[in-house]
Design a protein around this ligand. Structure first.
Ligand code: AMP
Ligand code: ZN
Length: 460
């Protein structure tokens, strides 16, 4: 199994620290809004990573934090006149609800920054003690010049880092690239007591502390969207190196952006659709399919046409399963489709090539529907389709979807045709009555005339 490891700038064989066990930290949301489908791309990508590793027999410990202390949260909570923890509680709840609706597995641990303040203070004290951090009027900064490895993850050099952009400005800082580990609170802002006075932690310190607390000094995979590479992850790595001299994680994986009209979908650009809203228009599986049909590192453009196509592709999985009456299959899986499973593994082992893995699902869908194959073969194709589809997070409500009856309108249209057929019979227009019956049969709908009138069923 290979992953593109940002730390090495190349694909690398994946070797977990402990055989059979994989520890992952994926950065979670900053909870000041409903999350958008750009964020959903990150959550779904690493949900699939986790599912795949589990399918390959690893025990996975998956930590996804919740950033519930942050400047934007403070501003928004103040605007809404709410204490910050009441404000974040609302969006944490919404986050969990939306993740469940998207079929994302709950993480093994979901720590919140506000719960680990004493660990954060300990970590900052350790960095000061080791000579990598300094206090400045109640703020504490990381001294980037003290760490020769600074920039090893993103490839940025401290000389290139000028004040501005996302680097906090403070004219007294030793170097413009130095970043805040602790920020003194202004009047009216939430605060915690610390050796440096009342304040709150910086974002980069929150994540390095939460990941180490749950996964240890060095774990296997650190993941997130590509915007987190710099400065967020670079600054997490720097603190870990400062504290222990060890890498925070061995593999650093990044998903590409979901763009909209060529720009990153983001809360700050206000060009986003929330996952909640999109889920009113499309199924969770269509959204998942939309993302997985491209490689996770490539950028994707938001496109309603392609999500529509994804919806049709997912429906096609279900119609294939219906065509072999999947819920009634009694046959045990055999190795008829082992080659397809191997192709799927080969694709996923190659830096999670989900697009190729989905091509295998398509092939199985065709086999399911192929009436020239023996029925037992088609059943085997269906069993394999579900097995591999589940690895990508599809088919989570399989039996409900397969039991689904027609939408109301379709039922009403069938009834309408039955009424016309009865009218034709009353008028002794037998040719038309028979034609309606035949046409319905060709659509898989059978009519039965009973003493109670005509009833219809799906052709068995
Ligand atoms: P945030 O709530 O902004 O901290 O982001 C949560 C996760 O979503 C992080 O892993 C981000 O890198 C990721 N993310 C944010 N915007 C996008 C986007 N437009 N496309 C893909 N991933 C994104
Ligand atoms: Zn983080």
């Amino acid at each position: 199994m290979q992953f593109y490891n940002q730390l090495k700038r190349q694909k690398q064989e994946f070797i977990p620290i402990t055989a059979g066990e994989v520890k992952i930290y994926a950065c979670g949301p900053t909870v000041y809004n409903y999350f958008h489908i750009g964020n959903a791309r990150a959550f779904i990508t690493f949900d699939v990573l986790r599912r795949y590793l589990e399918y390959r027999g690893h025990k996975v410990v998956y930590v996804q934090n919740i950033t519930d202390i942050d400047d934007k949260i403070i501003i928004r909570a103040q605007e809404e006149g709410m204490p910050f923890n009441e404000f974040t509680a609302k969006y944490i709840h919404a986050f969990q609800e939306d993740c469940a609706a998207l079929g994302i597995k709950p993480p093994s641990y979901q720590p919140r920054a506000s719960e680990v303040i004493s660990d954060i203070i300990d970590a900052i004290q350790l960095q000061i003690k080791k000579g990598y951090a300094y206090e400045l009027n109640g703020d504490v900064y990381f001294d980037t010049s003290a760490l020769p490895e600074y920039g090893m993850l993103s490839g940025k050099k401290t000389e290139d880092l000028l004040p501005g952009a996302r680097v906090e400005e403070n004219t007294l800082k030793k170097h413009p690239a130095d970043f805040a580990l602790w920020k003194r609170s202004k009047p009216g802002e939430p605060f915690w007591d610390s050796p440096w006075g009342q304040g709150r932690p910086g974002w980069h310190t929150e994540c390095v502390v939460m990941s180490r607390k749950y996964l240890g000094e060095t774990f296997d995979i650190h993941a997130g969207g590509i915007d987190l590479l710099f400065p967020h992850h670079e600054n997490e790595l720097a603190q870990a190196l400062a504290m222990s001299g060890k890498l925070l994680a061995n593999y650093w994986l990044y998903n590409g952006f979901l763009n909209i009209e060529g720009e990153k979908m983001s809360k700050s650009l206000d060009n986003f659709f929330t996952a909640r809203d999109i889920l009113h228009q499309y199924s969770a599986e269509a959204i998942r399919f939309f993302f997985l049909s491209k490689h996770y590192r490539s950028p994707i453009d938001f496109s309603r046409e392609i999500i529509d196509e994804s919806e049709r592709a997912v429906n096609n999985f279900y119609s294939a399963l219906k065509s072999v009456n999947y819920l009634k299959i009694v046959a045990q899986p055999n190795d008829s489709y082992a080659t397809q499973e191997e192709a799927f593994i080969q694709a996923m082992d190659d830096d999670m090539n989900t697009a190729k893995a989905i091509a295998v699902l398509f092939e199985l869908t065709h086999q399911c529907k192929n009436v020239n194959l023996p029925y037992s073969e088609r059943e085997q194709a269906a069993l394999m389709l579900v097995k591999l589809g589940e690895v990508l997070g599809f088919f989570q409500n399989l039996s409900d979807r397969l039991k689904e009856t027609l939408p109301e309108l379709s039922q009403e249209l069938i009834q309408l045709l039955i009424n016309y057929r009865e009218q034709a019979r009353r008028e002794k227009n037998w040719a038309l009555a028979d034609q309606i019956r035949e046409d319905l049969i060709s659509l898989g709908i059978e009519l039965r005339d009973t003493t109670e009138g005509c009833i219809w069923t799906f052709k068995s």
